[in-house]
Design a protein around this ligand. Structure first.
Ligand code: AN7
Length: 353
């Protein structure tokens, strides 16, 4: 879109902001909805990828963060804080830097955050504290502190985060001229599925769309509390972004599932890595492992015949974060490049020309 000035500017009438709100923006949103020939053929549907890795810090978190940081600034906060598996911390750090006035503290689970995200939080000058515990424990500490001190919490339990993130659903409806029949999405702390469902419902209420999608959420098998119906004390998955055992928006995610007649299911790490590689090799879209959970999930449902009666329906898969966030996982899953003498003949031979 020409002259895009960020999602608060574009969707102002649907957001809790006023002329007095100091808008802190990095021109987030307006991400591409990419049609995938390969996945459409595989699934017998019209499949689109909502490529959220193209937000300014490389994940969908920027949608919520422009709102949370703008409102924190409006309310006179000096310090914001979050727990994070990585992307929230990267986004909070960047928007705090852009705000010109807010300091940012982030708690991360030691050893379980992708390299790119850690680099982002640090280079944007957040105070980064690694705790000897997982995300759920980090979030409890942050809740405790923000409940008792003048510190603004910017995790997705902050309702302004959900408000910002719902705009992704608006963009999809604007692009397709309606909501799709199905929407697939990774689920970690469950804020994003909550936000999309809110967005789809509000757009329909405003007559900007005619239908609501069936929501399909996917957790990693080793971190699937909603699927199992109980807290997972020691969540484990290669998709570190969604390594969460007690999601904050658990109830709202269940509501999105039930109201939309949808599903929240789990996918194994192997299925996630398979979808991760398919996305890169056959659609040209490089995502981080957690993002591939949406595609892994619909491939699983397809194999069970779930879409059999829905030929050519539209399916949007949100792919939540950029592949460059987690270079280590990419490099572990490919062949090392060959090394050879610097001459034309050797290179030609290797290519087989
Ligand atoms: C790439 O950054 O929870 O279900 O602390 O980074 O809304 O939590 C990240 C979550 C999916 C799950 N994909 O979204 C954090 C954090 C990516 C993510 C999710 C996350 P929610």
């Amino acid at each position: 879109m020409v002259n895009w000035k960020g999602l608060i500017h574009h969707y102002r009438e649907y957001l809790p902001v006023t002329d007095q709100t100091p808008v802190v923006t990095l021109s987030e949103g307006n991400t591409p909805l990419i049609f995938s020939e390969h996945l459409s053929e595989t699934l017998g549907l019209n499949v689109y990828l909502k490529y959220e890795g193209l937000n300014p810090t490389g994940s969908f978190k920027d949608r919520g963060m422009t709102m949370a940081i703008s409102k924190a600034k409006e309310q006179g906060a000096k310090l914001v804080m979050c727990a994070s598996t990585g992307n929230t911390s990267a986004s909070a750090a960047a928007y705090a830097a852009k705000s010109g006035s807010l300091k940012c503290v982030v708690l991360i689970p030691e050893g379980n955050i992708a390299l790119g995200k850690l680099a982002q939080a640090l280079i944007h000058q957040a105070q980064v504290i690694a705790i000897k515990g997982n995300f759920d424990e980090a979030l409890n500490i942050v809740k405790d502190i923000t409940d008792n001190y003048p510190v603004e919490l910017v995790n997705s339990i902050n309702p302004f985060r959900i408000e910002g993130q719902k705009t992704a659903a608006f963009e999809i409806c604007d692009f397709l001229s309606d909501a799709p029949e199905f929407h697939a999405i990774p689920v970690g702390n469950a804020g994003n599925i909550t936000a999309y469902w809110k967005g789809y419902k509000e757009y329909k209420q405003h007559n900007k769309s005619q239908q609501l999608p069936t929501m399909l959420g996917f957790q990693a098998a080793g971190a699937a509390p909603i699927v199992l119906g109980k807290i997972v004390e020691n969540p484990e998955t290669i998709a570190t972004a969604i390594r969460i055992g007690n999601p904050a928006s658990w109830k709202a995610a269940e509501a999105a599932r039930d109201e939309s007649n949808g599903i929240i299911d789990s996918v194994t790490d192997d299925e996630i890595l398979e979808a991760y590689k398919i996305l890169a090799a056959h659609t040209g879209v490089f995502v981080e492992p957690a993002s591939a959970a949406s595609v892994a999930g619909v491939l699983k449902l397809h194999s069970q015949g779930y879409f059999d009666d829905h030929k050519n329906a539209r399916l949007v898969c949100t792919v939540t974060g950029h592949g460059l966030k987690d270079p280590n996982t990419a490099i572990k899953n490919v062949q090392e490049p060959v090394t050879m003498e610097a001459n034309v003949k050797a290179v030609l031979e290797e290519i087989g020309l």
